[in-house]
Design a protein around this ligand. Structure first.
Ligand code: NAD
Length: 267
């Protein structure tokens, strides 16, 4: 039975969020805690995670926890997921949110820069999902996984070759996992944000002129707020989305709608 739009819809649920203390991840951690879930907040730096935890709304089922790990490091992911399952006694929702980008003309891209992005945005996602899946299959848990992709899953981004490649890859990983685990009751979906006001966009969001330029390319006329990604992720993770798997939900103020066609120029 699908749940309704009641509050505290994740009461007694347990959620692991990679890159969960900053930007969109921070909004995700707050949203799930507000809805009653215990949150395992991942990031690379334990002191930063420990300082972040007390800012989260407390929940009755137990304390939130820090799950430090570099998602690109296989053993560190195995340890963090293992520790989370032990501390929480299981897991209900996995959010793969951690991501990085690097800019360079494609003719100059280095192997190191390319692989750094791919190892976090693709391999890191694979490590987290694999470790959770094998534990869920063992216990028969019908959990939900959401991958934070990007509009650049489908919109090419010149000079961000690895980022475009990585987000294209996770789009197909979501479809593959969606199909592979549908019969086991495990749902896997993606969310694809447009331009969101997080530290990832420091290059333009604090400069009024650049901010206006970015806004002028977005059909809704403004960048999004991290909460505007967290709320659709709550939906995808909830019983309201019980029949949705293998899909990517674009949350982008219309950025993927071919904004240039808003006014007729072709006929
Ligand atoms: P952000 O830079 O503010 O946060 C990224 C988080 O990931 C940080 O907490 C960082 O510590 C963590 N992280 C980075 N590398 C890690 C690693 N190796 N191991 C563990 N954690 C690591 O960026 P954000 O905007 O909040 O981005 C979150 C996700 O949203 C990313 O996957 C990004 O690609 C995606 N996204 C962001 C935007 C945007 O406009 N901000 C748009 C589309 C997609």
């Amino acid at each position: 039975m699908p749940s309704t739009l009641s509050s505290r819809q994740f009461e007694n649920k347990r959620v692991f969020i990679s890159g969960g203390s900053q930007g969109i991840g921070q909004a995700l951690s707050h949203a799930f805690a507000r809805e009653g879930a215990r949150v395992a907040v991942n990031g690379r730096h334990k002191d930063k995670l420990d300082a972040f935890l007390p800012t989260l709304p407390a929940v009755s089922s137990g304390p939130h926890i820090s799950s430090p790990a570099d998602v690109a490091d296989e053993q560190s992911v195995i340890n963090a997921i293992d520790q989370t399952f032990r501390d929480f006694g299981g897991l209900d929702v996995l959010i793969c949110n951690a991501g990085v980008l690097s800019e360079s003309p494609s003719e100059d891209v280095t192997y190191e820069d390319f692989m750094k992005v791919m190892s976090v945005n693709v391999t890191g996602v694979m490590f987290c999902v694999r470790e959770v899946l094998k534990r869920w299959l063992h216990t028969g848990t019908k959990g939900s996984i959401i991958i934070n992709s990007s509009v650049h899953q489908i919109i090419p981004k010149p000079a961000f070759l690895a980022y475009s490649a990585s987000k294209g890859a996770v789009g197909n990983m979501v479809r593959t996992w969606g199909l592979e685990y549908a019969s086991r009751g495990i749902r896997v979906n993606g969310v694809a944000p447009g331009a969101i006001l997080t530290p990832m966009n420091d290059a333009w969001m604090n400069d009024p002129q650049k901010y206006e330029t970015v806004s002028s390319h977005i059909p809704m006329g403004r960048p999004g707020k991290p909460d505007e990604i967290a709320e659709p992720v709550l939906f995808l993770a909830s019983g309201l989305a019980s029949y949705i798997t293998g899909q990517t939900l674009y949350v982008d103020g219309g950025l993927t709608l071919y904004a240039d066609f808003a006014k007729n120029w072709s006929s």
